[in-house]
Design a protein around this ligand. Structure first.
Ligand code: ZN
Length: 216
């Protein structure tokens, strides 16, 4: 077991991006500058499950073990910010719907809708597999359960998220009249009669609200 005490000096490390022979050199350099903990794996879903249902953790064990050899503990990040391409292709509705109604393109990170049932199902599975794999590894001293949990841009506006948005407004304001008053929606005849009429804050609506706030 690694003998370190908080507060820890740590770093983020992405060994999946480098040749395997570099890992030992990196660990030695980390040790030399006093690093005690490395946070890894948060964007490495495709290295753990490159093909649906086929899980590969040997490489990750090797990283954890190598770091430990140099006295460096590990915080494991679950990789739910970066689902692999097979998920986007199998279920295109996992991709976020942006404010203009276009789906995000695979190729960045945080590209999936957090409320999508398929995204949640497969995220749950990879997290469970990781937990089973590393539950008894004493060199893993902590877990990061997601990364940058809010999506880029204005968030997802798919039908699932739109419905949850309305439910959230209903829970917060209780009545449509209370919402109209709180948001000052008599301006430009924006007031609503039913929660179901309220759109997600897409482009025209956002601009309109921004303009009105600048003028008042
Ligand atoms: Zn969504």
């Amino acid at each position: 077991m690694i003998n370190i005490k908080p507060p820890y000096l740590g770093c983020a490390y992405y060994p999946e991006d480098w040749p395997v022979e570099e890992i030992e050199k990196d660990a030695a350099k980390m040790k030399a500058i006093g690093i005690q903990v490395a946070r890894i794996a948060e964007f490495a879903w495709s290295r753990m499950e490159n093909t649906e249902g086929v899980f590969t953790f040997d490489w990750l064990h090797h990283v954890v073990d190598t770091l430990a050899k140099y006295g460096i503990a590990t915080v494991l990040g679950t990789p739910t910010a970066t689902p692999p391409v097979w998920l986007s292709r199998k279920y295109p509705d996992v991709l976020m719907e942006q404010e203009h109604g276009r789906r995000t393109q695979h190729g960045g990170r945080r590209h999936c809708c957090s409320n999508n049932e398929h995204y949640r199902e497969y995220s749950g599975r990879i997290v469970e597999k990781m937990a089973q794999e590393f539950a008894n590894d004493e060199n893993v001293i902590g877990w990061q359960i997601d990364n940058e949990i809010y999506s880029f841009g204005n968030g997802c506006m798919c039908t699932v998220c739109a419905e949850k948005f309305k439910q959230r407004l209903k829970a917060k304001y209780g009545t449509v009249d209370a919402l109209n008053k709180a948001w000052n929606l008599t301006i430009f005849s924006q007031e609503y009669n039913f929660f179901d009429e309220i759109p997600t804050p897409r482009d025209a609506w956002v601009k309109c609200r921004r303009r009105s706030s600048r003028n008042t």
